[in-house]
Design a protein around this ligand. Structure first.
Ligand code: UD1
Length: 418
């Protein structure tokens, strides 16, 4: 069994360079297959989800190679449009291949773990939106089958600004005939990055960063080289880690303008932030302060992906805080683990009430998902004593090398197998 062993309780000191963005890289890797040629990506994070995505692309017939720090993908010939069951099950975000497979191959097949996938959450918004552009879906034993013989631009309005549904529409609309107007689109920076990438390869997406996107389909795209932006969630994790453990940290390349909301919360917590040319310097001495009631919400609101790290940081704050989760209903799984470290957190429906305690204590912990796992690492770095965090593989799905990063910040951490 693999686990991380962390000896916590010391203030952080050092610097970390923020890796490329996971949530930008995944839709961009999906977009790559829209083009019958070669794409070169820089700053693509070497995380497990990217590894899975590249395996899927290879299955389709793409040639993939890492040349030094550049990822080169040749999508000239695609032979298959079925996402292998093992990857479909492993990675829910493989759903975002629907739009690009339909655009390029006019067909797609994506497997799903059990249950009826049409009609109910979590992909109803994707399907309804893609149907507007001409896609037809059927449930087959192998998974969800999609066909779109002639994608045609349309007016689409999302009932909720789903990130994945917005990406799928952008992807299919980019090769559709005519113009698609997407209303109530997600405004996340990762959407803006996908649009920037498509425009770099000859696509036409306007309105990125607003809730109204205008996508004009093109006949073909061209070869391109592109550098993926830094990961705001990884940066936010280390900012909150500094709030929890104290110390002084430089986060190189942290995307400041995308972290406005997080920075306001850190300000309330009494965390000092100085930004310069190279990134942001965070410092915090002693216990952070509690915060006013906060709700997660779509961008530019507080990101749901940082809700668990925030809970961990507030666990040892002075006073009582309240955090509402409004995006994913089952995202308080980490609370049980934090309470085993001495945290005092009460869940009331979609609300977590956190009564800060003077200290968290290291213990054996189990990561159950990516961001909750990262939050446990954060709590372990701040806690007194030694923690063992099992199921490290969840964390490696989104953090390129959290061990190296922690070591750069002076945390005593080891990766072990028993
Ligand atoms: C993306 C991010 C994820 C982040 C989330 C919200 C990637 C790879 N993942 O996930 O890290 O936490 O945005 O910022 O970029 N929903 C439906 N029906 C749908 C689609 C979504 O009901 O068809 C619901 C979901 O269950 C969830 C909410 O809408 O409750 C938000 O989901 P969405 O914005 O689509 O998130 P993802 O694209 O899955």
């Amino acid at each position: 069994m693999e686990y991380l062993e962390i000896k916590g309780g010391n203030p952080l000191k050092g610097e970390v360079r923020i890796q490329g963005s996971k949530n930008a890289a995944l839709p961009i890797l999906s977009a790559v297959i829209l083009h019958r040629g070669t794409t070169v990506l820089r700053n693509c994070p070497k995380i497990i989800d990217v590894v899975y995505m590249l395996e899927i692309l290879k299955d389709f017939g793409c040639r993939v190679s890492w040349e030094k720090e550049e990822l080169v993908i040749d999508a000239s010939k695609l032979l298959d449009c079925q996402v292998a069951e093992c990857y479909g099950r492993q990675m829910r975000s493989s759903i975002m291949l629907l739009g690009s497979l339909l655009g390029r191959m006019k067909e797609a097949c994506v497997s799903y773990p059990g249950g009826c996938v049409i009609g109910a959450r979590p992909i109803d918004l994707h399907l309804a939106a893609l149907e507007r552009l001409g896609a037809v879906f059927t449930e087959e034993p192998a998974g969800l089958k999609a066909v779109c013989r002639q994608p045609v631009g349309a007016a689409v309005s999302l009932p909720f600004p789903s990130v994945g549904a917005t990406e799928n529409v952008i992807l299919l609309a980019s090769l559709a005939e005519g113009t698609t107007i997407l209303e109530n689109a997600a405004r996340e920076p990762e959407i803006v990055e996908l649009c920037r990438f498509l425009n770099c390869m000859g696509g036409s997406v306007r309105g990125a960063g607003t809730s109204r996107l205008v996508i004009t389909g093109v006949k073909e795209l061209h070869d391109t080289e592109f550098t993926i932006m830094p990961d705001r969630i990884v940066a936010g994790t280390y900012m909150l880690m500094t709030a929890a453990a104290g110390g002084e940290v430089l986060l190189r390349d942290a995307p400041l303008e995308q972290l406005e909301c997080v920075r306001r919360v850190l300000e309330q917590m009494g965390v000092k932030q100085e930004h310069g040319e190279h990134g942001i310097r965070i410092s915090c001495g002693g216990r952070p302060r509690c915060i006013e009631e906060l709700s997660t919400s779509p961008y530019p609101g507080f990101p749901t992906d940082l809700q668990s790290p925030l809970l961990a940081a507030l666990s040892a704050a002075r006073g009582s805080s309240c955090v509402r989760e409004t995006i994913f209903e089952a995202r308080f799984k980490i609370v049980e683990e934090l309470c085993r470290m001495g945290a005092d957190i009460r869940i009331e429906g979609e609300k977590a009430v956190i009564q800060g305690v003077p200290r968290l204590y290291g213990t054996d912990l189990t990561a159950r998902e990516l961001r909750g796992g990262a939050a446990l690492v954060l709590a372990a770095a701040a806690a007194e004593g030694t923690s063992r965090i099992y199921q490290y593989h969840y964390i490696a799905r989104g953090y390129e090398n959290i061990i190296r990063d922690l070591q750069s910040l002076g945390v005593v951490v080891r990766y072990l197998r028993s």
